[in-house]
Design a protein around this ligand. Structure first.
Ligand code: ADP
Length: 253
């Protein structure tokens, strides 16, 4: 610290030392953000390249053999359609994550949680013919219903994707929402990483189910905004339990 040798009063030196510490901490944070941003861009382009390569090769196949062979044409078009949908989903999720840190507007209202859950359950029934059982006592939360519904949807949709049996959702007196599936489960070593962007337990299987690995990263951002905590408990081959709780339990009640 060269300023130590300068002919300054001690309190000035203290002030400079303090400023230096603040400055260093700030730079550190900026560098960290920058590194994360770079990593996100790198991962994103890699993830988008994969479906793009598949689309390209099927387009070439279509060009070479599609005009003479109807079966080949159907296969290629089906693959192209699927990969395009996958890319679209990924781009939408990336955009959401990219804007997650900007000022978020909250639209707070007293929200009946059972009603929200029933809306999602109906959707699961109509779109995927999957049963969802809602149990426990209905409660209300002062929250942003649109954001909370999006968060709940991510977990319930994962329960659907990674299990085949009916999904059970419980509301308990502590105002927790518990989403329970009886599916493939998650290995213990993977659980701490689930909220990382692009993290998937099984890449090969995910390419089939069309997962992006961004769902839970978005869920984490939403949970932070909504002051909720998420706890995941899972056993391979048995199933997964997701518990969503309020961060500030007891604050106003
Ligand atoms: P994805 O779009 O791949 O589902 P997510 O971020 O939502 O991405 O989830 C990350 C990974 O966590 C998934 O790829 C999957 O391997 C695993 N996972 C999430 N929820 C469940 C669940 N209910 N049961 C089993 N595995 C799950």
């Amino acid at each position: 610290n060269r300023y130590e040798q300068l002919p300054l009063k001690d309190n000035k030196k203290d002030e400079i030392a303090e400023m230096t510490t603040t400055y260093n901490a700030l730079m550190h944070r900026l560098e960290d953000n920058y590194r994360k941003q770079q990593q996100f861009v790198g991962n994103a382009s890699h993830e988008l390249k994969t479906p793009l390569t598949v689309i390209e090769s099927y387009a070439k196949l279509l060009q070479r053999r599609g005009f003479h062979n109807e079966e080949v044409a159907y296969e290629a078009l089906a693959a192209i359609t699927k990969e395009t949908a996958n890319m679209q989903e990924m781009i939408m999720q990336m955009l959401q994550l990219a804007s997650a840190n900007e000022n978020v507007e909250m639209d707070l209202a007293l929200t009946n949680i059972e009603v929200l859950l029933q809306e999602i359950a109906l959707m699961m029934q109509q779109t995927y013919a999957r049963e969802v059982h809602i149990q426990g006592h209905a409660f209300t939360l002062l929250t942003d219903a649109v954001k909370l519904k999006q968060l709940l949807y991510i977990f319930i949709d994962n329960a659907r994707k990674y299990s085949e049996k009916p999904i059970v959702i419980m509301m308990n007196p502590a105002k927790q929402i518990i989403i329970q599936d009886y599916g493939i489960g998650i290995p213990e070593k993977d659980v701490p990483h689930l909220f990382e962007r692009f993290y998937r337990v099984d890449k090969a299987r995910n390419r089939k189910t069309g997962g992006t690995g961004l769902g839970l990263a978005i869920a984490k951002e939403l949970a932070d905004i909504l002051h909720l905590t998420i706890h995941i408990n899972s056993t391979v081959g048995v199933g997964t339990t997701v518990t969503i709780s309020r961060k500030d339990v007891g604050a106003n009640e």
